[in-house]
Design a protein around this ligand. Structure first.
Ligand SMILES: C[S@@+](CC[C@H](N)C(=O)[O-])C[C@H]1O[C@@H](n2cnc3c(N)ncnc32)[C@H](O)[C@@H]1O
Length: 167
């Protein structure tokens, strides 16, 4: 079970804001990486039906849930299986992601046993997946495109450093 959290609403609001900037077309292409139950992709498509929304996850089980949710909500989102941008060939005006970002030894993980560990934890410092996404994303963004990431409360400085290194 993947539980969407209120923090992730901020990611959705932020994406809707940046997609309103004048240099972005009215029917922009959006990619949700690590879509889980599809919460981010489906919220974006619902809020702005003109968006062309694609979504990727490594977990076939998660994708099945996301697809069922899209069907129930009658929202047209293209779901595909893959590891981050490994199977992606298009370019996007925005890539959004709420990836796993909890450090492997973080004691909070003990209370989150109803979710799969690979949806939450990401290496010793929690940044393994964010590192991969940041290093891969520039090649898949249109000029002026955005990469929007959710990360841990104490990860702003290292995430900023990674973004400065790759963008
Ligand atoms: C924290 S959950 C976020 C789920 C959903 N986006 C949300 O906000 O509710 C992280 C998601 O990333 C997926 N994930 C983990 N490793 C991945 C990888 N290498 N490539 C693609 N997705 C991955 C997990 O299966 C999980 O669905």
């Amino acid at each position: 079970m993947l539980v969407p959290r209120p923090d992730t609403e901020t990611l959705v609001q932020w994406a809707l804001e940046v997609l309103q900037t004048p240099d972005i077309p009215s029917d922009p292409q959006i990619l949700d990486l690590g879509t889980g139950s599809g919460a981010v992709a489906l919220a974006l498509k619902h809020a702005r039906p003109a968006l062309q929304v694609s979504a990727v996850d490594f977990s076939a089980d998660a994708l099945a849930v996301a697809q069922a949710n899209a069907q129930a909500l009658k929202l047209d989102v293209q779901f595909s299986h893959g590891s981050w941008l490994g199977n992606v060939s298009d370019h996007y005006h925005a890539i959004v992601s709420n990836p796993p970002y909890i450090a492997a030894r973080d004691p909070h993980l003990a209370a989150l046993t109803h979710e799969p560990l690979q949806a939450l934890a990401s290496g010793l410092d929690g940044l393994d997946d964010i590192r991969q996404i940041i290093s891969q994303a520039p090649a898949y963004l249109h000029p002026g495109g955005w990469l929007l990431l959710e990360h841990g409360y104490d990860q702003a400085a290292p995430v900023r450093e990674l973004l400065q290194r790759w963008f």
